[in-house]
Design a protein around this ligand. Structure first.
Ligand SMILES: Cc1ncc(COP(=O)(O)O)c(C=O)c1O
Length: 369
């Protein structure tokens, strides 16, 4: 049997994309946060910089998935998520840009509205601004049932709807996300390092599936560590394995289930509910790196670093100095969900310490400490 040695980029090249996402996104050192935590060295892949409609990781998936929608002759995009979903906001933005109708199943009841403005501000406001039609439905635990039923209703009315799953997580979404690895690998090499681990928060699982599949080809020595923010680590792992298996078939890449690491214990009391560690992580990222993390995803992801348990301990045990931390956009959720909490956190703790800003240091751009 002949071994398929094609590089990741060649494998990805056969999948067409729309080009709506602003790629590649930057890879930046987080010098002050690294110093504050005492290492390992942290870098951030700025997936909030994908552009359209305030950016985020779903645009990378939608770039490929909505190419398929257009090719199939769809006139309407149908998706869904919770009230303040980042995913829905990005679906609505892309649909507007493409001139397609957008219908969203908005799930109520997965979490208690934390503020009176929860249903009208932030992403909920932007969905309307981008022209999406919102359909309120109760949360049942089945992420895709109401979206599928909406597709059926629209078909019955003569539309040509295209189904975009919860979180844009499916096999093609995972293939799309493997492009992140094809960016990180050369970006890190140019900067003179190879990350020991890529740590990110994981929920609907397509992001992690893509990272795992891409890393199998282009960064085999880099661990992909997903921090469960859904408080459902077993479900998340099952979904990552399923999407990664399908995506690896599409890309003709070997898949080893043992490479799927989903870390539990950082989700706080429930999905969407920030705990003290989340708030502290958001505060640190804001004050040390000017990174606005969100309380549902990236804040919890970083909280996973700020204590001596799996991701961080893992990197240190293996004697590595380099660790890449990924974040995604969620600024609107941030303003909506943590206004009162961040005030409380700010006033209860002393400001974090870190190296003072001095003269511009071009070594910073190369991440040399
Ligand atoms: C900011 C942010 N980070 C991470 C994720 C997780 O990605 P996935 O749902 O593909 O696991 C999401 C998903 O909505 C998100 O909005």
């Amino acid at each position: 049997m002949q071994i398929d040695r094609r590089p990741l980029l060649d494998r990805l090249a056969v999948f067409p994309r729309l080009g709506l996402a602003n790629l590649p996104t930057p890879l930046e050192p987080m010098k002050r946060l690294t110093a504050h935590l005492g290492g390992p060295r942290l870098w951030v892949k700025r997936e909030d910089a994908t552009g359209l409609g305030f950016g985020g990781n779903k645009l990378r998936k939608l770039d490929y998935v909505l190419h398929e929608a257009l090719s199939s002759g769809a006139d309407t995009i149908v998706s869904g998520g919770v009230v303040q979903s980042n995913s829905q906001r990005q679906v609505a933005a892309v649909a507007a840009k493409l001139g397609l109708a957008c219908h969203l199943a908005v799930y109520h009841g997965r979490l208690e509205p934390p503020t009176p403005e929860y249903k009208t501000s932030g992403n909920a406001f932007l969905n309307r601004l981008f022209g999406a039609h919102l359909h309120d439905v109760p949360w049942t635990g089945d992420r895709n049932a109401a979206i599928r039923s909406l597709v059926g209703d629209l078909e019955a009315k003569g539309h040509r709807p295209y189904f975009v799953p919860y979180g844009v997580s499916n096999a093609l979404g995972a293939v799309a996300y493997a492009t992140t690895i094809s960016e990180i690998e050369p970006q890190a090499a140019l900067l003179g390092f190879a990350p020991t681990a890529i740590v990110h928060c994981t929920g609907s699982a397509g992001t992690q599936a893509g990272l795992v599949v891409g890393a199998a080809v282009a960064m085999p020595n880099t661990r992909i560590v997903g921090i469960d923010i859904d408080a459902e680590p077993a479900r998340v792992r099952t979904d990552v394995v399923a999407f990664a298996r399908e995506a690896s078939n599409l890309l003709s890449v070997p898949f080893d289930e043992a490479t799927v690491e989903v870390v539990a214990g950082h989700a706080g009391p429930a999905y969407g509910v920030p705990h003290e560690a989340t708030i502290e992580a958001i505060r640190l990222a804001g004050q040390l790196e000017a990174l606005p993390l969100d309380p549902v995803y990236s804040g919890k992801g970083l909280a996973g670093f700020d204590r001596p348990d799996p991701p961080r301990a893992l990197a240190q045990r293996r004697g590595c100095r380099l660790l890449t931390y990924r974040r995604r956009a969620g600024a609107f959720r941030l303003s909506e969900r943590t206004r009162h909490l961040s005030w409380r956190a700010r006033n209860r703790h002393a400001p974090p310490t870190g190296p003072a800003c001095g003269e511009p240091d071009d070594r910073l751009q190369r991440g040399i400490q």
